[in-house]
Design a binder for this molecule. Structure first.
Ligand code: ZN
Length: 245
């Protein structure tokens, strides 16, 4: 049977998405061959929690990076839309995403189905009191002359509600992702190098639960041998074709 046939037969589909699904939307990959951090290791320091907390200059640069983030002008692409179509069949249980760009929701995916394990760029969190506010209103403060806006409740340091290096992932979010993976009968990993835990480990969880594993990624991953099928074609072509059957 073809991969499209597996997808058509599956009843509890879980999709894991990584940076590769958003590159067609103009959002650069971080760890790929042309990735932001591959080309500029210094840039990775901007997302290290320790340096962010210690150094106001790192925070000022980080706020400018958020202001200029390609997500604000990016549009969802054919692969994001294919997952909306898949949801329409009533068999998609979760989209677990490593992306912070909000493009699944903007494409029309039900926000309740999107599990953002690395957080979201659309919200800001206080590192002291955990109060959440909108990114847009905080970027307005930056534009109005506050290079490092602080929490209006407690004066604490604000950061995008994304997971930085050295920062714990949200436990409830992880449990949600793992529960969905364990219950899946088909697990589809799209555009992720599967080198970052715990996202990659979700494949093992799904496999133990008996799910069929399909990987769609341009380059090899450490899990290719575990997968039932590995597809190397461009995501923006292969995903719509799979969903259409
Ligand atoms: Zn606060």
């Amino acid at each position: 049977m073809t991969v499209a046939g597996w997808l058509a037969d599956a009843r509890r589909i879980v999709v894991l998405t990584g940076a590769g699904i958003s590159t067609d939307s103009g959002i650069p990959d971080f760890r790929g061959p042309n990735g932001v951090w591959t080309r500029d290791p210094e840039a990775a320091k901007l997302v290290t929690l320790e340096s962010y907390v210690a150094d106001p200059e790192v925070r000022r640069r980080a706020w400018l990076g958020r202001r200029d983030h390609p997500a604000w002008s990016a549009e969802p692409n054919a692969a994001h839309r294919a997952l909306v179509d898949l949801e329409g069949t009533g068999r998609l249980r979760a989209i677990v995403t490593q992306n912070i760009d909000g493009l699944h929701q903007r494409a029309g995916s039900d926000p309740d189905l999107v599990v953002e394990i690395h957080g979201t760029l659309y919200e800001v969190e206080c590192l002291s009191c955990a109060r959440r506010t909108g990114m847009a209103e905080t970027l307005r403060r930056v534009a109005e002359g506050e290079p490092d806006p602080d929490c209006r409740s407690c004066g604490g340091i604000l950061k995008s509600a994304t997971i930085s290096f050295g920062q714990q992932l949200d436990r409830r979010t992880l449990v949600r992702a793992a529960t969905a993976a364990a219950d899946a009968d088909l697990f589809l990993a799209v555009g992720t190098s599967l080198t970052v835990q715990p996202a990659a480990g979700l494949l093992e969880v799904a496999a133990r639960g008996g799910a069929r594993l399909v990987i769609v990624n341009a380059s090899p991953t450490p899990y290719d041998r575990l997968a039932d099928a590995v597809l190397r074609e461009p995501i923006g072509e292969v995903l719509p074709a799979l969903v259409a059957g």
